[in-house]
Design a protein around this ligand. Structure first.
Ligand code: TTP
Ligand code: MG
Length: 394
């Protein structure tokens, strides 16, 4: 079926963190489980929830307190990042047995290029099914996958039959598959583009295609041209493998232990800018930020947060790190070392296009919202945007 065309697969674990918890703690199976606790009355957000919790309306990034209101019977558990990372490595290792071209997008999802593997493993659709079975046997976890001749189509496909689903889009069937789908399924079509498209009467990807290149270009410029291409299932991107989960980080050890907020803030700003510059230099961005803090003499704290936003800009990295540092109870202790790192890296090219170019204004808006949300979560004043802006323009 994929003899003469690319065979690109996308695989994404089902309710990943929650599924790991249900696997390791059988008493959680069949129950609504929310990862992000353990104390739902505490501040914080949902990392993910089990499928049993989803009918209640609970989803990632929702405040834990809201999740508790929606489903008072849910079991709230704290995440165990080390375990999830270990499982992720096992999953990626299985994928790499089938192709050297594996591109992880986060801990629980990856693209896999199966083009030309027919002789070794048989037809790509059967190979993908076999991979899913191996993942289940070896990790006890289920995943969903899509296979298509076009990368972004494979990603859409993997999401359609979640959980535990497999969707194959044959080379001749891309338009038939895409056109009935809501236009919001397209990579990079965020709320702002969606609003404008709805105004134009565009509901499905087919409607978008029917609008035509000229109209789209007139209204959306370059982004319109890209939308047109996507609506026709055209996307030149290939699977670009990069090494396993890495992180980009910097740390500063103060010559003398510091208590001055001024010095600490400046160090954090500098570290954030350095990390951002390095991420951009390597053309990657990441969703997880880790802050390391050593208080004199030897207590070291690390705090991590993962969000939807891909981090590769100094201000956002700073704001996220700032919120974390303000959560550490420093009392009157002096700071010896600060470190900032970003992990969960993806090639910039792999992230939805809107995040990096066409939807800047929307991104700005979201940044504002993120700052507000952080303020809500960590108390007003936790996020000092004004200072940041001051520095940016200096
Ligand atoms: P997702 O694949 O987005 O979600 P999921 O695997 O839990 O559920 P689905 O079946 O819909 O794919 O993210 C993978 C993991 O990343 C998720 O288990 C927890 C983590 N995560 C966060 O910590 N915060 C977030 O906002 C999101 C979206 C994910
Ligand atoms: Mg997932």
């Amino acid at each position: 079926m994929f003899d003469h065309s690319p065979a690109l697969a996308h695989l994404d674990m089902d309710a990943f963190y929650a599924a790991v918890e249900q696997r390791d703690f059988p008493e959680l199976r069949g129950k609504p489980v929310v990862v992000g606790g353990p104390d739902p009355k505490a501040r914080g957000v949902v990392s993910t929830c089990s499928y049993e919790a989803r009918p209640f309306g609970i989803h990632s990034a929702m405040p834990l307190r809201q999740a508790l209101q929606l489903c008072p019977d849910a079991v709230f558990v704290a995440g165990r990042m080390k375990v999830y990372q270990r499982e992720s490595r096992r999953i990626m290792a299985i994928l790499r047995e089938y192709s050297p071209r594996v591109q992880p997008l986060s801990l629980d999802e990856a693209f896999l290029d199966l083009t030309g593997t027919q002789r070794l493993f048989g037809p790509p659709d059967e190979t993908l099914q076999q991979i899913r079975e191996r993942v289940r046997e070896e990790t006890g976890l289920t995943c969903s996958a899509g296979l298509a001749p076009v990368k972004f189509v494979a990603k859409i496909a993997s999401d359609l039959e979640k959980p535990d689903g497999l969707v194959i889009v044959p080379p001749g069937g891309v338009l038939e598959f895409l056109h009935p789908l809501p236009v919001g399924r397209l990579w990079g079509v965020g709320p702002k583009t969606l609003d404008r498209l709805t105004e134009l009467g565009v509901a499905t990807i087919g409607d978008l295609a029917a609008l035509g290149l000229e109209e789209l270009e007139r209204r959306f410029g370059l982004w319109g041209r890209r939308l047109h291409q996507l609506s026709l299932g055209r996307d030149g991107r290939s699977v670009t493998p990069h090494r396993e989960e890495k992180s980009v980080g910097h740390e500063t050890t103060f010559a003398t232990d510091q208590e001055s907020e001024e010095v600490i803030t400046r160090a954090l700003l500098e570290l954030s800018e350095k990390v951002a510059a390095r991420l951009r230099r390597h053309a990657v961005a990441g969703r997880t930020l880790t802050l390391k803090l050593r208080l004199a003499p030897f207590s070291t704290f690390t705090r991590s947060v993962s969000g939807d936003e891909y981090l590769d800009q100094g201000p956002l990295i700073y704001e996220t790190a700032r919120a974390l540092i303000d959560r550490v109870d420093r009392r009157a202790r002096k700071v010896r070392l600060i470190g900032v790192s970003v992990s969960g890296l993806v090639a910039r090219e792999a992230a939805p296009p809107g995040l990096f170019d066409s939807e800047r204004p929307e991104r700005e808006q979201r940044l504002g919202k993120a700052v507000d949300a952080l303020g809500e979560r960590f108390g007003a004043g936790a996020v000092r945007r004004g200072r940041l802006i001051g520095r940016d323009s200096s």
